[in-house]
Design a protein around this ligand. Structure first.
Ligand code: AHR
Length: 661
């Protein structure tokens, strides 16, 4: 069939004359390599208030007064007739968490104390319980009480409690508070009843219903978004925060375990990274630390993929290096981490894990040596880590980096080629590549992995996102165009699933009022969460991976222009359910009708599952107000012949699951 096809794409008009109907031939009789069960995963970094103020359910900011300004996030309360002072002390005997606040009340009046603003307020839900806890000690006076109030932005008290029982020794006191109303921006008021001085530290407020009700747990609704994706792995804790602005700020996992009050807080490098998005109240409490990450992996059924510092600070910042003769503690940290995750409960670090509540090992199988590292300094450090880890743990899969996105290097791809020349020889099991580019790049490069060397290491596309404005910018949007062009690229990764064994989008979370970087997969505020269009693309791939590759030959596909194909497809077989899965991304503003042939299949259907993700315009987005503007629609359609025609909707990702015999 010949017809004239006119495609209107966003802001562009491309005309392709005289194309034939696209033919998609799926060779079902020769399934290829197994798709890795860890093909689709997630990458978590504490950026955009992803951990503190986000996933980590703690509602009190700067709970232990350890921020650079000890009272950041706090303010003094001196109600009518009250007199006193708030003093900050540094206690040499508590090295990890040295500071505490002393509230001295000279005249009680209507209340003297401190108020905490939370992370852009505190989100509370009516009828839900909140666990307040505080470490307290009486420094002067007797029988002092602490009045605890949850207060809405209108000044009304939503819950109130009084805590006593303080002595001259540090003691943790706790109470449960029931929120009387749902509010997004509450705050916490603490006032002292009686005159004297009360010392306070580790002031905390947690929702009772954390994810799986874990103590020191995570926000249920945010984890649910991850659980819904059924991720194959979780890459954590970064990202650039692993490297730190300089080495004094790099991520040290041992500071993130044990009781929360023993974790050593650290400035978050995204606090000051972008001059246009300063976030001076952004610190890492490490309440969400390595133990919690491993627990989250277990809950999600995802393989843990920690990324460790390899003796290099962020090369976009100070690029500080640990001298080679001082690398041992860093290497030892990596070995100890493996023991913490996998060692028996009576080993040194296995015991720490067991004491935290998890005697069974976490069964970690892979570890990333460095995040976005490059240059000869990386290679020489990588070799030391690889040698030490492999000597002790030959089973551990090593992930090596390829620097950052090639477009940020002055000499483009050469920097990355330099690293690859070593990876071919050193043979880490997995090499990690990152892409942050304009949407068009993703569409033009769906065949990026077609010609890669099959003899070398396997590939991990560990960070990628299409940037609507083409560069790192606060103007980037999570729109349908970006999502679909990524989906097209993902069909390319899936077609090369023998080589590309793992992929994940970056970054994962963005707080609507406290982000530094966009686009992000999942957006939230203090009460709500929604998935971007990109989230639903990731989810559809992740929930429909299939078990084995199938070759899908596509002919007669119209091009928008140059290399940009209007229709991109990949196909897999799900041997467990006996279904052919076909993913098709139509980026044109027109229906593209394709003739599909499932070659080698005798019996088909009749009830195929069709999941469609589409919207009217490529500029469409989801938002807090319209969280499901772009949302997968699942239907059952009759397909009962191995040869059939299918009309792929304009601007859409379609997943067909076709039963076969
Ligand atoms: O995803 C945000 C940042 O982008 C990561 O921290 C870093 O690895 C990359 O440059």
């Amino acid at each position: 069939m010949k017809k004239t096809f006119v495609l209107l794409s966003f802001l562009e008009i491309f005309v392709s004359i005289g194309w034939t109907q696209p033919q998609i031939t799926v060779d079902v009789s020769n399934p290829g390599t197994g798709i890795s069960p860890t093909m689709y995963g997630v990458f978590f970094e504490d950026i955009n208030f992803g951990a503190d103020g986000g996933l980590y359910a703690e509602l009190v900011k700067n709970r232990s007064f350890e921020f650079d300004h000890p009272l950041r996030g706090w303010k003094k309360i001196a109600r009518e007739g009250a007199k006193g002072d708030v003093l900050i002390y540094r206690d040499k005997e508590k090295p990890e968490n040295a500071r505490f606040a002393r509230i001295r009340v000279d005249q009680e009046g209507k209340g003297f104390g401190l108020s905490n603003e939370g992370f852009r307020g505190m989100g509370l839900r009516q009828g839900l319980g909140y666990v307040f806890s505080v470490e307290g000690r009486i420094a002067a006076g007797k029988r002092l009480l602490l009045k605890v109030e949850l207060v809405g932005s209108d000044g009304r008290t939503l819950a109130e409690a009084k805590i006593g029982g303080f002595t001259d020794q540090w003691k943790t006191r706790t109470c449960i508070m029931l929120a009387g109303k749902t509010v997004a921006k509450a705050h916490l008021d603490l006032t002292v009843e009686g005159t004297g001085a009360l010392d306070l530290d580790m002031v905390s407020l947690f929702p009772k219903n954390t994810w799986k009700n874990h103590k020191n747990g995570l926000r249920q609704d945010l984890v649910q978004m991850l659980a819904d994706m059924k991720p194959g792995f979780l890459r954590f804790p970064g990202g650039c925060i692993v490297e730190g602005f300089d080495l004094s700020q790099c991520y040290q996992w041992k500071n993130t375990i044990g009781e929360p009050n023993q974790r050593v807080i650290n400035i978050n490098r995204w606090n000051f990274e972008f001059k246009h998005r300063p976030t001076p109240d952004y610190y890492q409490s490490y309440g969400l630390g390595y133990y919690e990450y491993f627990l989250l992996d277990e809950d999600l059924g995802a393989e843990p993929m920690p990324i460790i510092n390899c003796g290099m600070a962020c090369q976009f910042n100070t690029a500080e290096l640990v001298p080679m003769n001082q690398l041992d503690p860093y290497v030892q940290d990596a070995l100890d981490l493996i023991e913490f995750a996998n060692g028996p409960a009576d080993s040194q670090w296995g015991k720490v894990r067991a004491d935290m509540g998890h005697p069974e090992p976490f069964n970690m199988k892979m570890i990333g040596i460095g995040n976005e590292q490059w240059g000869p300094q990386y290679i020489e450090r990588y070799k030391v880590f690889a040698k030490a880890i492999k000597a002790r743990h030959p089973e551990m899969q090593l992930i090596a980096a390829t620097g950052s996105d090639a477009t940020i290097f002055p000499n483009g791809h050469a920097e990355i080629e330099y690293l690859w020349s070593f990876w071919r020889k050193l043979k880490p099991e997995i090499v990690d590549e990152h892409f942050y580019r304009k949407p068009e790049w993703f569409l033009e490069n769906v065949d990026w992995y077609d010609e890669y060397d099959r003899q070398g290491p396997k590939l991990f596309v560990g960070e990628y996102a299409s940037q609507s404005v083409g560069v790192g910018s606060p103007d980037n949007r999570n729109n349908l165009k970006c999502a679909l062009y990524e989906a097209a690229f993902m069909t390319g990764m899936e077609r090369n699933a023998d080589l590309v064994r793992m992929t994940c989008y970056a970054p994962l979370f963005g707080h609507e009022e406290a982000w530094q970087w966009r686009p992000d997969l999942i957006w939230f505020d203090n009460l709500n969460v929604y998935g971007s269009a990109n989230y639903y693309v990731q989810k559809l791939f992740s929930l429909n991976p299939g078990t084995h590759q199938l070759t899908a030959r596509v002919e007669g596909v119209p091009h928008l222009d140059g290399k940009k194909k209007a229709l991109n497809v990949s196909s897999t077989l799900d041997k467990k359910t006996s279904e052919v899965i076909l993913k098709a991304v139509n980026v044109a503003n027109e229906v593209v009708e394709a003739a599909i042939n499932l070659q080698g299949v005798e019996k088909v259907g009749p009830d195929a599952i069709v999941i469609l993700l589409s919207s009217e315009k490529l500029t469409d987005e989801n938002s807090l107000a319209e969280p499901k503007n772009i949302y997968p629609n699942k239907t059952i359609e009759t397909i009962n012949n191995a040869q059939f025609s299918y009309a792929f909707q304009p601007c859409s990702l379609t997943v067909l699951r076709i039963p076969i015999q």
